[in-house]
Every structure is written in structure tokens, then in C-alpha cells.
Ligand binder design. Structure first.
Ligand code: GSH
Length: 205
């Protein structure tokens, strides 16, 4: 059994999609980041950077409870645990790692800033709005180029797809029209067709 600490955001949904795809049993614990629950001392013990997602695998390393924070680390941990969605062949594995890190370092942090300055800021900040909007267009173009003629981001369906999809799915916050990025749009539809992706995207309900 895995305890999943999460909220209704793309980073949380990467992990619920992965848990659903692996068919692992898990219990959802909501951490309402709007109510500052991420700063509770009990949560900081498993997620020292006060962010969701985090997991505790009750039957983890050496059969002992194992906590993991940072969504990229969690995806890698779960891929190793369930033996799926991360190839062992070195070249294929490297490609998955590259696109997973692209998500962790760019197609997430910068899009998160676009969400903030487009949707949640109290006073508009035109410089920041433009900076992150331009970066959103650029990042979607990078993803679009990569996905042209490919079914998934790196060979077979992988944790890199699960990391990228929930961020792409928030395209409205990024003022993106997916029709302008046909490679990404077709890939999103492919991902959306998986029932485990649909279930993962509903967590927490
Ligand atoms: N690099 C982290 C980022 C996680 C993250 O930014 N989580 C946000 C929600 S999507 C959060 O918990 N924010 C609460 C806060 O910053 O106080 C990861 O990928 O796990």
C-alpha cells in the first residue's frame, strides 16, 4: 500500500496517473496547498520542501516504510517498483530520462509561472506575463517538434509521458490553443484515451 499526499495540480496528477497505470494500491491524503497544509510539521517530515506530491510506500526499501518527495524521484521509484514505463535498454532509458528532466526543469516550472502571472496575480505584471507566456509558446513548440511523427515522447509509453501530460492538459492557464501544436494535440488525445490516465486525472476527487 502506498500513501499518496497530493492536491488538484499537475505535479500531483503525474503520480496518480502512474499509480493507476501500475495498478498499485494507494490511499489518497489531500494536502490543501491553498490552506497552507503543506507546512504542517507532519507533512514536512516526508516532504521537506513543503510541496506535493509525496508518497510513503508502506512496503518500501528492505520492506520498510519509505518516503519519497519530488515528483521525478517518485516516478522513477514507482517505475522501478512496478517494472514498467522505464525501459532498461540504455539508449531508450536515456531518452526517457532526458524528457522527464525536460519536464521537471522546464515544462512545469516555467508553465507554473505562466499560470501564476496569467491567472492568479492580484496586480498584472506585464513584463513577467510576457516573459512566461513567450516561454510557454517556446516550450510547446519544443514538445510539438519532438512529437511530430511519434506516438509517445520517448519510444514506448513511459513516465516521461505521465510527467508531461498533466501540464499540457492545463493549456488554458497557459493561454495555449492546442490546435496550434498538432503533434502535442494528437499525443494528448492518445494519452486521454487511457482509462488509467482518466482516473489519475480525477485524483483527488
Ligand atoms: N519540483 C516539485 C514541484 C512540486 C510543486 O511545485 N508542488 C506545488 C503544487 S503543483 C506545491 O505543492 N506548492 C505548494 C507551495 O509551494 O507552498 C515536484 O516536481 O514535485
Amino acid at each position: 500500500m502506498i500513501d499518496l499526499y497530493t492536491w488538484t495540480t499537475p505535479n500531483g496528477r503525474k503520480i496518480s496517473i502512474m499509480l493507476e497505470a501500475c495498478g498499485l494500491e494507494y490511499e489518497v491524503h489531500t494536502i490543501n496547498i491553498g490552506a497552507n497544509e503543506q507546512f504542517a510539521p507532519e507533512f514536512l517530515k516526508i516532504s521537506p520542501n513543503n510541496k506535493i506530491p509525496a508518497i510513503v510506500d508502506r512496503d518500501g526499501i528492505n520492506g520498510e516504510p519509505t518516503s519519497v518527495f519530488e515528483s521525478g524521484a517518485i516516478l522513477l521509484y514507482l517505475a522501478e517498483k512496478c517494472g514498467k514505463f522505464l525501459p532498461s535498454e540504455p539508449k531508450a532509458r536515456l531518452e526517457v530520462m532526458e524528457w522527464l528532466m525536460f519536464q521537471m526543469g522546464s515544462f512545469g516550472p516555467y508553465l507554473g509561472q505562466a499560470h501564476h502571472f496569467n491567472m492568479f496575480v492580484k496586480e498584472p505584471v506585464p513584463y513577467a506575463e510576457k516573459r512566461y507566456q513567450d516561454e510557454a509558446y517556446r516550450l510547446w513548440s519544443v514538445l510539438n517538434t519532438r512529437l511530430k511523427g511519434r506516438e509517445f515522447i520517448a519510444g514506448e509509453l513511459s513516465i516521461a509521458d505521465f510527467a508531461l501530460y498533466p501540464w499540457a492538459a492545463r493549456f488554458e492557464f497557459q493561454r495555449i490553443n492546442p490546435d496550434d501544436y498538432p503533434g502535442v494535440h494528437a499525443w494528448m488525445k492518445r494519452l486521454e484515451a487511457f482509462d488509467f490516465v482518466q482516473r489519475g486525472m480525477q485524483i483527488p476527487g
